[in-house]
Ligand binder design. Sequence first.
Ligand code: PRX
Length: 648
Amino acid sequence: MSDLKTVYPVPEAFARDALIDKARYDEMYARSINDPDGFWAEQAQTLDWIKPWDRVKNTDFTGDVSIRWFEGGQINIAQNCLDRHEATRGSKTAIIWEPDDPKAPGRRISYSELAAEVRRFANVLKAQGVAKGDRVTIYLPMIPEAAVAMLACARIGAVHSVVFAGFSPDSLSGRITDCGSTVLITADEGLRGGRKVPLKVNADKALDHCPDVTAVVVVRHTGGDIAMKDGRDIWWHEAMADVSDDCPAEPMDAEDPLFILYTSGSTGKPKGVLHTTAGYLLYAALTHKYVFDIKDDDVYWCTADVGWVTGHSYILYGPLANGATTLMFEGVPTWPDAGRHWEVVDKYGVTIYYTAPTAIRALMREGEAPVKRSSRKSLRLLGSVGEPINPEAWRWYYDVVGDGRCPITDTWWQTETGGLMIAPLPGATDLKPGSATLPLFGVKPVIVDNEGQPLEGACEGNLCIADSWPGQMRSVYGDHERFAQTYFSTFPGMYFTGDGCRRDEDGYYWITGRVDDVINVSGHRMGTAEVESALVAHPKVAEAAVVGYPHELKGQGIYAYVTLKSGETPSEALRKELVAWVRNEIGPIATPDLIQWAPGLPKTRSGKIMRRILRKIAANEHEGLGDTSTLADPSVVEDLVGNRMNGN
Ligand code: PRX
């Protein structure tokens, strides 16, 4: 292990060939802030346009909030990600697919092959009546068909809504209904870590509540035995068998919707984050190129799932827009054992590896041996995303995985931001373990106090962004008012991220975690309100309050305080039943880690639950409980402290 250095300078060998050095970053960043129109107009030349734009930036963070980029321009994303590469790199591998089972054959799909598959599937969608603007829900495992389905939607101007394959039937049906999809694309089963995920069975249950879905396209993946409904369900391979691969790319207005992706907030149901066409693509492509220092011979691997925004922007759209080779992995890091990722790195000569701190912590727990079994000599750059990376995990990643050779780019961003916002450029930025470092082009971070006053210099507060960038979400699907309210009303005139942040004396940014009622479990966002409503839907539960607590592997775990209805008795069996109930209602990612029986919850006299106190108890910080005398019944706190659950 290296000593506990606080700054890791750009390695000389890396700087020599990097796309951007420090001087160039400074110059480009300054221009992006002082002359956004000029900067983005120049960057937009890297894309193929059907019709040039009339106006680069037309954005307003006040009033109703309106965000438009490249108005008047027309473009097609599938054409930019595929067809335009055919002439120069048609036979280059676009997607490497590595299956869950290490012994099963993988796939390499060239740009030409992928382009043809996408055109064919676009025709399948058309044959099912899908037209420009229609919503298509995708509920697929990590298989190439997920990429094909998304790009086929983009080709004909349909709006995709990808639902992570770990979500329950209820979560799926809610998302289908919210965006009014009439077509669902799914598979017989998924495979993760040797275990089957019953996707079609889940889809059938979901569709009992979605009468408007008229067609379901089913990929035969495991060959598992499933039911097909006559007149509604069709097999992917049969539909693709005799369809033409000629399908013109639909000219899309720059601000036409590209996709909806549901994400959790502090209140209410998950919201449909809406991203549009040209600005999103430009931002995903540019950030991917510079933050990952992409060269034509790179083999790039982002371990996320396409069900999350990281999969959208950094498995699919960014890499393909840049003509890169992107690896899609169906499995998990710890199966068949903790050496799997490094075997995959060696097998394909992966040069850039991008993962989440939770995966690093899980692998770190298994020790160095599974890593050292592999050579990893192809690696030149590492990335981290999804949650703050603790310096201990950072150093292990750097020393053990990267053999002290590879810079780590810690990328801070959100589903809402469309692309990376604060991250080091590996050839330009000295690194500090645990800091996402400096803002990317066009990003103007502001740290404000709780009254909304911007703070200067070294400080800590709430992270806002002062002005728009092209990848920014445009609205909450079907509820623009909620968009304005959620992101622009807390600190008027600014986009509020929901994150706390510190800026140090060098101007480096350190994300401290969410300041709202959102928790981050293994890099996945979970609204505490969602878990609470799942719990109170159980017939024996009267009330529930859910908070996050520090968890060694997951970053944050889910801690639930549950008050039972009178007459009900707490028991281990009931605890298990409630855990299973929540998994079933939302999905395994929402599994409560700890449930504490709470005869009463700490409430103010006006009935508001004091979450601050519940968070402290869950974190075992009993000294800092603060003033409890304003509570309606201060004695409940003693009971909760006395019965706090332990475990990780
Ligand atoms: O709290 C921040 C955390 O994840 C949140 C965004 O979650 P989601 O929309 O699901 O997107 C995850 C992938 C972009 C943020 O508000 N977060 C994400 N990346 C980092 C992070 N926290 C610290 N450091 C990061 N690199």
